[in-house]
Structures are given as C-alpha cells and as structure tokens.
Write a protein that binds this ligand. Sequence first.
Ligand code: COA
Ligand code: AMP
Ligand code: ZN
Length: 445
Amino acid sequence: MFWERDFEILSRPELEKLQLSRLRKTLHQASHASYYGSLFRALGLSAESIKSLDDVRKLPLTSKQDLRDNFPYGFLTLSKRSVVRLHSSSGTTGNPTVVFHNRHDIDSWANLMARSLYCAGVRDSDVFQNICGYGLFTGGLGFQYGAERLGCLSIPAGAGNSPRQIKLMRDYGTTVAHAIPSYLNRLYEVFQQEGLEPREATQLRAFVIGAEPHSEEQRRRIEEMFGVKAYNSFGLSEMNGPGVAFECRHQNGLHVWEDAFLVEILDPETLEPVADGEFGELVMTTLDREAMPLVRYRTRDLTRILPGPCPCGRTHVRLDRIVGRSDDMFIIKGCNVFPMQIESVLMKVPGVGAEYLITLDTIDGADEMLLEVETSGDLGVAGDVEAGREGDNDNSRLNALARSIGRRIRDEVLVTPIVRLRAPGSLPRAEGKAVRVKDLRARSL
Ligand code: COA
Ligand code: AMP
Ligand code: ZN
C-alpha cells in the first residue's frame, strides 16, 4: 500500500513533530548560505527562534528574484566540491534560477519520486516511459531516478519524435508513461495518423501528467482517448522538480509530501495566511535538503488545501489542482516563459518595433506560440510576413528577420515560435496596461 510507510501514514502530531525538528535543522543549514546567513543575522533569527510550526511566519519569504539576485552560489550552503548536480531554468537574458544538490538531496528526491509513483499505483512490474525533456529539465532525471528506485523497466525516451514514442511503447510494452497533458493530444493524433488506437495497439494502463496547468475535463479526455488512468503530478525546480505532490489512486487532489516540504497558503497581496480551504499562493519550505535549502519560497502557484482525510490512509494534506499563477509566467510545451524574456530578446533585434503580441493556441492538436511583432518604420512592411517554424526558402530581408527572431526566441525559452511580422501601428493598442499574452489553448481551465 505504501512505499515509505514510516513517513506516509504518520499521525498528524507525529508528522508535525518531525516537521518542527526538520525545520530547525533546515534553518541551521540555511544559515551557512551567504544569502540566508546575513539575512538571519540582520533579523536576529536562528533555529532557536522556532518553538512551534507557527513560528515559520517569523521567517522571511524567498522569491525567484532573490534567487536570481544571488546567482549563482548565494544560496549554496556547502562547498562546490560537496555538490553533485545542478538544475537550472532556461534563458540567456538575466540570471537563471539554479538549484544545487548533494548526494543526500539526490537520494532523498529519488525516494520522493519512487514514493510518488507508487502512490499513483506504479509498481516494479511496470514498463515506464518518460516522455519528457532530460538535461536541465527536472522531469527527465527526476522521474528517471524515481522509476529506477522503484524498480520499473524505465525508458528514458525524452521529448519529441512522436512516431518513435509510439514505437517504443509498442516494442517494449510500456504500461505507464509520463508526459505533459497538452502533448498527449498531439500523441493521440499521431496514433490516429498511423491508423492505430492506443487501447488496442499498446499495453498502456496509466499516465502521469503534470508540469503544466490542466483541467479535470482535460484529464478525463486523456483518460478516454487512451483508455488509461491519468494521475496529476506537481512540482517545481526550486523544490527539486517533480515529486512535491502527487495524486493517489483516488484522484482527489495531490498529496504533498509534508515530511519534505512545509506548506503554507498565503494571500498573494497581503502575504497573510488564507482561511482553511481557501485559494491562495503556495509557499514552501524544504525540510530535507542540504545543499540548497529554501525558506518560505513563493511558488506563485495558486491552489488550496483540500479538507478532510483521504481514503488511501495517507495523512499528508492534499493540494487542489493549480488554478493559476500570481505572476505572468506561462507554460507552453512544458517550457516556462516570462513575457519579459520575449521582450528582452525582441528589443535587441534591429528592425523590431515596440509592440508585440504573444498568442498561445492549439493548432492541429499541438500547442503553439504565435509571436506577432511590429517592425520599426524603416523596413516598410506593407502587410504581414510570416516565418513558419519549418522556415521557407525565401531569402528576403523580412523572412530573414522573422527567422532570426524565431531562432533567438528558441534559444531563450526553448520553444520555437511562429513569427509574424506586422506593419508598424497594426497591432491593437491597449487602453491601460499593454496586453502581451492571449491564451486561446484548448485547455478549458
Ligand atoms: N513533450 C514531448 N514532446 C513534445 C512536447 C512535450 N512537451 N512538446 C512538443 N513535443 C514534440 C512535438 O510533438 C514534436 O514531435 P512530433 O512532430 O514528432 O510530434 C517535437 O516534440 C518537436 O516539437 P516542436 O513543437 O516542433 O518543437 P519546439 O522547437 O517548439 O519545442 C521541444 C521543442 C519539444 C523539444 C521543447 O518544447 C521541449 O523540450 N519540451 C519538453 C519540456 C518538458 O519536458 N517539460 C517538462 C519539464 S518537467
Ligand atoms: P519547473 O520549475 O520548470 O518544473 O516548473 C514548475 C511550474 O510548473 C510550477 O510552479 C507550476 O506553475 C507548473 N506545474 C508543475 N506541475 C504542475 C501541475 N501538475 N499542474 C499545474 N501546474 C504545474
Ligand atoms: Zn490518497
């Protein structure tokens, strides 16, 4: 029933006792980082300041900007020699966010991942295909280590090449796969193009879906298309990556592993705790990380804690699915994008004007990012010029410009946009604050 019975079904008082001692240990460890060390000294805080879990509110919040401002080593508590891996966000504009792990951290993360998969009913008898970016994306190695720890036959398929994904599934009898939900629409289309029905052509019985917001309807649609169960998986790179919160077989919210993460839900405006069961911003403190503990990290994800116990017996609280963000980040094809990243790239390109519009849409089953960009006056664009992602053979100056924009954006955010150059003054102007992103994707949140 449980992968780590010692942790998963602790009584609430036992769990809270463990959290308190781990919180104190975490603060002690965090004070070795230059950022927290000087901040705690200035605020007169130490592990001894924490007498109860409620005292967490005495501690300062940590933001993504703090991570960026103290890039690369300001949050590292150990010597570089003691750490074994880093994961980092994409981008060349400004500082990325980077998280470092020592051996203990990687081991603890692998356990959390194995626990998460087990919780969703994955067993060592499963063939597990990880359809997700490897490299610096945390979903690649995160799921890989977890599936191996659990003992599955794992297939590190990576992202892309849908016909090959289908072949891998059929050749090796994949029973469980991890992918982002929007990609599964595309995958289903490719099954159909090949004249295959996943129910008959594969042995798939479950998906693990996550890394981007999706609705209950979207989950049910995926389940029906493929004839499988789909379990929601939540995580973020700053908290390791996947393995923060996971659905159990009851599919009624995501158990957040409270022995490893202390959870608060705050009003994003006042930064005060919301009433029990209300929506607010998820704020998390790591409780079992050594190389780079994070204290009260503002995830910017909006959710709530679901009331009541879960029939599975796990005592860790359940988060509702993420309903939005308290900042302007969006996720496309599993890649996180801040509109400001796009703007910074565009403003460096000669010939580009001041106005642009990002439209996210679902085209032939796949999510795409359309980027409309006004040229500056002297290019003399009369109508629209489009550079498809495939590129074309027209070597005109405008096509070259559109292609160059596409490449630069891809280098920054990892996704290739469809670039459309527009004549100066042709994009709609907003009355107040400029609207930079239109989301038309078929996700019905
Ligand atoms: N996962 C898996 N495959 C994906 C995908 C995703 N999130 N998004 C797109 N793809 C597939 C496409 O279907 C296409 O394959 P196909 O034509 O054989 O079906 C192929 O990847 C290339 O996609 P395309 O949209 O042309 O490329 P792009 O340059 O815009 O995007 C990706 C490049 C797909 C490599 C990039 O979006 C990526 O790495 N996404 C994965 C992110 C991820 O795994 N996030 C989870 C982190 S925990
Ligand atoms: P990353 O740090 O790249 O792994 O991205 C983390 C972000 O992805 C989170 O902060 C969420 O905004 C989003 N995310 C991850 N998992 C989910 C999920 N299951 N549902 C909704 N959003 C998710
Ligand atoms: Zn449960």
